[in-house]
Ligand binder design. Sequence first.
Ligand SMILES: *[C@@H]1O[C@H](CO)[C@@H](O)[C@H](O)[C@H]1NC(C)=O
Ligand SMILES: *[C@@H]1O[C@H](CO)[C@@H](O)[C@H](O)[C@H]1NC(C)=O
Length: 431
Amino acid sequence: MRTRKLTKIQAMDRISELPDEVLIKILNLVETKVAVSTSALSKRWEFLWMLLPKLTYSTKDYSESDCESLRSFLHRNLPLHRAPVLERFCLKFHHSHLEPLDVKLWVLAVVSRCLRELKINYSSHPDKQDILPSSLYACKFLVTLKLKGSILVDVPRMVSLSCLKTLQLIEVTYLSEDSLERLLSICPVLEDLMVNGHSDDNLEDVVVLVPSLERLTLDICSDIDEFVIKTPSLKYLKLKYYNSWSHYFSIKKMSKLREAHINVSFPYMKKLIKSITCVKELTFCAVLNSLEDDVYGDGFVFNQLEHLKLCICEEHVSRLLVRLLKDSPKLQVLELFGMENHSPDGVYFWNQPSTVPECMLSSLKTFKWSGGYLGRPEERDLATFILQNAHCLQTATILSESSLVPKLDMLKELALSPRASTACRLVFKDL
Ligand SMILES: *[C@@H]1O[C@H](CO)[C@@H](O)[C@H](O)[C@H]1NC(C)=O
Ligand SMILES: *[C@@H]1O[C@H](CO)[C@@H](O)[C@H](O)[C@H]1NC(C)=O
């Protein structure tokens, strides 16, 4: 069979005959740096990159000395960009030979181009760089804004981000203690918010009053004075909050919440639990106050909870487990897990509850011990309690360190324990 091979030049000519829209689609698939380099190919290609709807620049692609050429390239060419809508502008600057003022000018240029998504990862010393022009906060078309690093958030008066749906603020710094609240107040249709704080970010109040919000991820580990969440539409909550001081804390009931990942140590457990009782899926990792006998207070029922993942990182965890089992009448899946970076406390004591929780009689189907089962007596007692009392259990899975010497005995003990559910399969796996 004879195949005709095209020479590179012939191939290039054929590609060049394609219409602009197709070529732009092709250019969008390669790194912006490569796309822009096609402007040197021929007259046909010279201006095409200026119509690219997505632009990504990363200093990772450049040596430090090349940064200067990136800088002058952006200064020269960004103002010439002509796509009617700029879908995305993304800057990832690792080492900063790029002055804050440069970045500010580029953002200024793209904000005027019907920008839909802006993503900036910028690190510099000193931090808190003023790289965001105030016109950004009035960008009518912006749907997604993701900021990370040494960026100062300073919200001017009388602005609005009327289309913004996704906002990420990772380790940025706020001009004043109410900057975050102000920013949220100008986002009337916000659906997805992520805030990761850092120790020196000026965040004194975390106030999230957003009626439209559906997903919220908060990672706050500094001591703040005021913590308020009022998000009635929330479906997903991921909260990491460590603050041992007494402070103002208010969280309103979220009746649409389906999934929550909670990792907390703070004095207001009752208020938190009360607001999340509608969840279907809950991951829980908490440091409890050893003095409170009732764990998180009485009278709460997780009426819809089907899947519970509990971190066994802390000595009071068995009390918490018993409490959650009692309060979750429809639970189907129970998973106990440990975290590698946690002290491997595990289950230190186990007090057999006097009555068998309802979910074990009627709904619990799956039990999984997925973080370092060590086979200590307390752990064995807990596991056998489940096996002996969970009437509908279908599988029980135990993952344990393969290096443990007395492993075989430890597993035999469990395998020989009587099971309330004859259909239950017991599965052992190595971690
Ligand atoms: C953001 O920048 C930091 C350094 O400041 C770097 O470690 C990280 O990988 C960057 N992330 C992305 C997504 O580029
Ligand atoms: C909870 O936060 C602590 C402290 O940062 C961390 O060590 C732990 O891994 C987190 N737990 C989960 C389940 O993410």
